[in-house]
Design a protein around this ligand. Sequence first.
Ligand code: TXA
Ligand code: MG
Length: 316
Amino acid sequence: MNDLTTEILLANPQGFERAAEIWRAGGLVALPTETVYGLGADARNDLAVARIFEAKGRPRFNPLIVHVASVDDAKDLVEWNDVADRLASAFWPGPLTLVLPLKSGSGLSPLVTADLPTLAVRMPANPLAQDVLRGFGGPIAAPSANPSGKISPTSAEHVKAGLSGKIEAIVDGGTCDVGLESTIVGLFDKPTLLRPGGLPKEALEAALGEPLGVHSAADPLVAPGQMTSHYAPGASVRLNASEAEEGELLLGFGAVDCTLNLSASGDLREAAANLFHHLHALDAMNSKGIAVSPIPNQGLGVAINDRLKRAAAPRD
Ligand code: TXA
Ligand code: MG
């Protein structure tokens, strides 16, 4: 389907009502969250969820995060436990996704979990996301609202550029505050970091009082969507560059002479919020390559470097 008229909905009660109406009818609506824009569908509707994969061109084996408006709504979907309670009271609503055993009778489409016995669930902090979820009153499955393998969207314009004509609507909630996808933690025998993201590992470990487990690449329960090449702009990407070479644009960090700077003052929070935005902007300049300054590998820098490594990976 490539011939839909994609409506741009204002983030007001009429817009939320329209979004809920489209979701109830099995349609796709992109919604703003504090991390990145999500491409949402009713998580209980097989056809609607299948359309997410189709619109993104996403491999079927890659499961989706379900977004809920409250902790109680999450408890209807997964086998909740004490560690989930501790992390949710510290960090929900917010950029943290918890992976827990799927509850039987959850009513979710098996496409959402790609048939895994676990479910990734999160309660977003963006008040507009909460309003639109509450207005619908059910679980919304939402991957990032970008064509599979491309840069994640941090504004309604990014979503429109990537998915216009393939989805029914976009709720325009401005730019995303965090700008990086959520941190994913698997709550199995030991809480395990599955994907670094908008909530730094250090904060999680402080709340848990113990280090997070690290997953082994061979573990099939590890966030399976983490292909090596991802977030890829059209141009090639070169990391840890001190300056741009001939034909390259420099994505800077700190006090450097560059085309666009993630944060001139070297602030990792600002850099995270700017990351996808700047990659989209540099991509639109159609250069041969994008060189990127070194980013300190601590706090949010871990997730920023993870995304940049994927953007730079050889593509199949
Ligand atoms: O911030 C975010 O997390 C954004 C916004 C829209 O909420 N969503 C997002 O979704 O980044 P997506 O689909 O682009 O990434 C979801 C990741 C994938 O790597 C997927 O493999 C993993 O979550 N995942 C989903 N369900 C899982 C499960 N049951 N076990 C392990 N990993 C899972
Ligand atoms: Mg994504």
